[in-house]
Design a protein around this ligand. Structure first.
Ligand SMILES: Cc1cc2nc3c(=O)[nH]c(=O)nc-3n(C[C@H](O)[C@H](O)[C@H](O)COP(=O)(O)O)c2cc1C
Length: 364
């Protein structure tokens, strides 16, 4: 069975949920490892006090016993602690009693760059909240939890995946990124940036050129573009390759099959080539602004300023964790396609046999 993922949950509802299907049985999953990634997602220099409010922690409802997968659907739950302030506003059924807490007043001022206008038009909502609750990046917490499980699987195969910010507000040094964030905070503005995810220990042969939907480069791009606010994805040297000559663009092959360079980012013809996978994602500045942009009040049709809310200055460090999870999940899916296995020991045996077949052709 292919590795599958369904997530559910609203930003201020009771919880976020991830259901992971197709995991082999016997995989060790540690709560601490999932919680550590959930915390990493919440940290970062540009985050808002909402992040301190939420101290995310995973709860596992199904598919795990004594720390090992059962080979059945794994259900991960991350509670929204802030939900207690939204009990009336986010009540699943017609709320009882006097309106109280947050989410009582309908939002009618769509923010340019957010889901607000497109969402209400598409689904016929009157309250922008009905669109933004799910469109919000809060539900990336569910993806990060699933990604942590994927990393546990990849770890068994000697594969490590790490994401980090490489550019914030056009700055590429740690200090520059911090200064740009401080300056944007003082100007009450927001920033975007670029994150890089690197996967090491990936053997050659994940993905395929047989059909475009099999190509792992395409699948990683899809996984990253599926994250809120990501507007561009690069594999290896990406767009820079388009400006070089062929003699400067490819990775020469040495005896032992090592490469002198890794401009391709570990992928040729949609297949891993044994070099580290290197992918980058570009994030636009966050659309919730303290200095709102011009918009229209959907209740009156009159010109108005967009909704103003306390927001993060930038969430590039958080995106690095979310992107890491997305890449890990897609690599875990590709690993299970290649090696299969109802039990993790079958997966590992197939992995070992494969490496033995290509040994001598590929250094490890
Ligand atoms: C980790 C993460 C955190 C985000 N935090 C915010 C935020 O605090 N405020 C905001 O307006 N947008 C935030 N966004 C971006 C919006 O969710 C996103 O711009 C919106 O859903 C519209 O989707 P699009 O940008 O892909 O078109 C965040 C995105 C990510 C990945």
């Amino acid at each position: 069975m292919a590795l599958g993922l369904v997530t559910a949950g609203e930003s201020h509802g009771p919880a976020l949920v991830a259901v992971v299907t197709g995991l082999p049985a016997g995989l060790r999953v540690e709560k601490d490892a999932i919680d550590a990634d959930l915390r990493r997602r919440q940290q970062g220099y540009g985050r808002s006090p909402r992040q301190q409010l939420e101290s995310d922690e995973v709860q596992v409802l199904t598919g795990l016993r004594h720390g090992r997968t059962l080979g059945t659907p794994l259900t991960l739950v991350v509670r929204n602690r802030d939900h207690e302030n939204w009990l009336w506003g986010m009540s699943a059924f017609a709320p009882e009693g006097e309106p109280s807490g947050k989410g009582v007043k309908a939002v009618t001022l769509p923010r340019p760059g957010h889901a607000d206008l497109a969402g209400v038009l598409k689904y016929g909502h009157d309250d922008v909240r009905d669109a933004l609750e799910r469109a919000s990046a809060r539900h990336t917490a569910a993806h990060v939890a699933a990604g942590a499980v994927a990393k546990a699987l990849l770890g068994e195969l000697g594969i490590a995946v790490t994401g980090r910010p490489v550019e914030i507000g056009g700055e590429t040094t740690d200090e520059g990124m911090r200064e740009a964030t401080d300056a944007a905070r003082r100007a009450r503005d927001t920033l975007g940036g670029v994150v890089e995810v690197v996967a090491t220990g990936v053997p050659p042969g994940f993905g395929s050129y047989a059909e475009k939907s099999d190509r792992l480069d395409a699948r990683l791009a899809f996984a990253l573009m599926g994250i809120q606010a990501v507007k561009g994805v690069e594999i290896g040297d990406g767009f820079a390759l388009a400006r070089r000559r062929g003699t400067e663009a490819h990775d020469e092959i040495d005896p032992g099959l090592a490469r002198r360079t890794n401009r391709a980012g570990g992928l040729e013809a949609g297949i891993t080539n044994g070099e580290p996978i290197v992918v980058r994602a570009g994030m636009k500045p966050l659309p919730t602004l303290m200095h709102p942009l011009d918009s229209v009040d959907l209740a009156t049709g009159e010109p108005a300023q967009a909704l103003v809310e306390r927001s993060d200055v930038q969430a590039v460090e958080a995106l690095a964790v979310v992107a890491e999870a997305a890449v890990a999940f897609e690599l875990a899916r590709a690993a299970l396609e290649k090696f299969g296995g109802d039990a993790i020991r079958d997966t590992l045996a197939a992995h070992r046999a494969y490496l033995e077949r290509i040994v001598g052709r590929w250094r490890r």
